[in-house]
Design a protein around this ligand. Structure first.
Ligand code: GLC
Length: 624
């Protein structure tokens, strides 16, 4: 361990002078309980995730988003927290967590934690004390009222299970406020002690080494008479307060807002670049599913046109699936009916206001369609977030309750329990999938790693290509005119710097950087400072020394066929006349662009990514 390269790279400061690693990161969402069970008690744990970091490094992701790992009665998948300052004993100890963060950082992988600020479990000692009387020291830590009529404008989120945001407490003889389940009372942010304690909480976890937080259910922190209690100025000002702490004490750490709303409302969580660096783009997600079923680009282009410019230094987080249902809150009633009829043919697939299924079953197992949707998520503006198991096209179990349908154990191998755990089957937190289509004997990491034609290898390859095209993360976006409504084509462009990794920058024994040298990164990586610097390490490289090879413009053309039939695409590319599109996956040059519409043909659900270059490369330099 004397080799300095084996020390954790600094997660702020020199490793990323501009602190913008998140703008070109690929996130990977991990359900700890379901990932890998290292101590064979039937529940995934921190040590298990630690043992699988090699896999994540191989896959090529940049940042793990760790779902809640705190002590909890687990009535809402751990979002019902009974102690914010500890680790659930099923998952291990604080020391295990620190070990995980250390090992992840050694591999150049960052880790953000889910931070549930809005509410606690009703088993939390704060709530037990608060409900015990109207005069105890924590009496005002939650939101109490004598009747259940206050704030009638505030919507109920889980309309299928909760009737009201107020629940009666017999002991205190008052109602308490909750935006989610009635066993999750909301904290009272008007109380300065609560507000201060949650800042301490942020510090506590950043000091353990987390690279930031996903801020769960962040729109609801405050309430105010006459409003729906969402996106209030008070909430924004509290987020700014947290961000100030990050800037002052933890530069380079990030906040990712979970705010399910219309793009213009959600963009407010970027503030003026002084709130969250990242926000999930919720409305885009159902529209991707809508677009491929209607075979029309309109749902996607329409929501993109309603998506405001975001401040410098910010980024959308975009995704296909996550640990919750495919939420249909942000679509019209008519579109919701359509999506339910197309994607939830069996009413048991419905969950809250959405569909409790994973990506592959939603697509009827159509791999071409899965590739198309990933090609979109990897090239639209934003940082992609992959839900564990979706890199394998894992299935779901609609017969399990609530969100458990999409939270079954990760499928590592065809062995007992899918290689997830050596515990007795009956002891597992949930049964693994065993059906003939998506069960672990058919779908698992081991088999897909051995099969170069697998979806897993395909996705890994796409992440490699995306890494060489940083403009897919941060470039400008121009949607192209095309008479064929099934074609969604756009150009992403901007300045990049070409860098070479110095030979000392690579960890012994790691695979060579698959794109080869030079490495391409956006110019914002603070090149003004000189010829040599260090930047965010790519997968397999720890805190490398990088040598600048110069700057250039990068233009990427992405063309997608949303139809299940082959389609022609006539693209208005006259602005780029004279340039040659070089197909990204094979580096094959296509005919140069002229003044007439540029025509390409795409197979069913086909996609083509091109880099536009000034000079046609020699065709002999293509793949092969
Ligand atoms: C977030 C989580 C969801 C949870 C809810 C309440 O929306 O993603 O799983 O139920 O918050 O905590």
């Amino acid at each position: 361990m004397n080799d300095p390269r084996l020390h954790p790279p600094p997660i702020d400061g020199p490793a990323d002078p501009t602190r913008r690693w998140f703008q070109h990161a690929v996130f990977y969402e991990v359900l700890l309980r379901g990932f890998y069970d290292a101590n064979n008690d039937g529940v995934g744990d921190l040590q298990g995730l630690r043992e699988k970091l090699d896999y994540l490094q191989w896959l090529g992701i940049d940042c793990v988003w760790l779902l809640p790992f705190y002590p909890s009665p687990q009535r809402d998948g751990g979002y019902d927290i009974s102690d914010f300052f500890d680790v659930h004993p099923d998952y291990g100890t604080l020391a295990d967590l620190e070990g995980l963060l250390h090992d992840a950082h050694q591999r150049g992988i960052r880790v953000v934690a889910d931070l549930v600020m809005n509410h606690t479990s009703d088993q939390h000692p704060w709530f037990i004390e608060s409900r015990s009387s109207r005069t105890n020291p924590k009496a005002d830590w939650y939101v109490w009222n004598d009747d259940d009529q206050r704030w009638p404008e505030a919507r109920v989120v889980f309309t299928d299970v909760e009737r009201s945001n107020w629940t009666w407490d017999d002991r205190r003889q008052q109602y308490y406020w909750h935006r989610f389940y009635s066993h999750q009372p909301d904290l009272n942010y008007e109380n300065p002690e609560v507000a201060e304690t949650m800042v301490d909480l942020v510090r506590f976890w950043l000091n353990r080494g987390f690279d930031g937080f996903r801020l769960d259910a962040v729109p609801y922190l405050f309430q105010r008479d006459g409003t729906a209690g969402e996106h209030l100025p008070e909430t924004h000002s509290y987020i700014r307060r947290i961000r100030k702490h990050l800037e002052a004490e933890y530069p380079g750490r990030v906040l990712l807002a979970e705010a399910n709303g219309w793009p213009a409302d959600v963009a407010d969580y970027f503030g003026n670049g002084d709130e969250c660096q990242l926000c999930f783009h919720f409305p885009l997600m159902p529209r991707l599913f809508m677009a491929v079923r209607r075979e029309q680009r309109y749902p996607v282009t329409e929501i993109l046109s309603q998506t405001p410019e975001i401040p410098d230094g910010c980024q959308w987080a975009i995704f296909l699936r996550n640990h919750d249902e495919l939420t249909l809150e942000q679509v019209s009633d008519e579109d919701r009916d359509y999506l339910f009829s197309e994607y939830a043919k069996d009413p048991r697939m419905k969950r809250h206001m959405g569909i409790g299924r994973r990506l592959a079953p939603l697509l009827d197992g159509d791999r071409r369609l899965a590739e198309l949707l990933y090609a979109l998520v990897l090239s639209l503006p934003g940082s992609p977030v992959i839900y564990y198991g979706d890199e394998l096209l894992m299935g779901d179990n609609m017969y399990l309750g609530d969100r458990d349908s999409v939270r079954t154990p990760m499928q590592w191998s065809p062995d007992r329990n899918g290689g997830f755990s050596k515990a007795d089957f009956a002891q597992l937190y949930l049964p693994p999938l065993m059906d003939p289509v998506y069960g672990f004997s058919a779908v698992n990491v081991e088999a897909q790693q051995r099969n170069p034609g697998s979806f897993l290898h395909w996705l890994r390859g796409m992440l490699v290509h995306r890494r060489s095209l940083p403009m897919l993360g941060v470039g400008s976006m121009d949607v192209l005119d095309c008479p064929n409504p099934s074609i969604l084509a756009y150009v992403r462009a901007g300045e990049v710097a070409d860098l070479a990794i110095s030979p000392e920058g690579r960890l012994p024994g790691t695979a060579p950087e698959p794109t080869g040298s030079p490495l391409v990164v956006p110019t914002w990586e603070a090149w003004e400072e000189g010829e040599r610097s260090v930047v965010t390490p790519p997968a397999g490289v720890v805190a490398p020394d990088l040598v600048s090879l110069g700057r250039r413009h990068q233009t990427v053309l992405c063309v997608h066929n949303l139809s299940r039939f082959a389609q022609p695409a006539e693209l208005a590319l006259a602005r780029w006349a004279g340039q040659t599109p070089v197909e990204v996956l094979g580096r094959v040059p296509f005919p140069p662009i002229g003044d007439d519409p540029y025509t390409v043909s795409l197979g069913p659900y086909g996609y083509l990514w091109f880099e536009l270059v000034e000079q046609a490369p020699d065709p002999g330099e293509g793949a092969g």
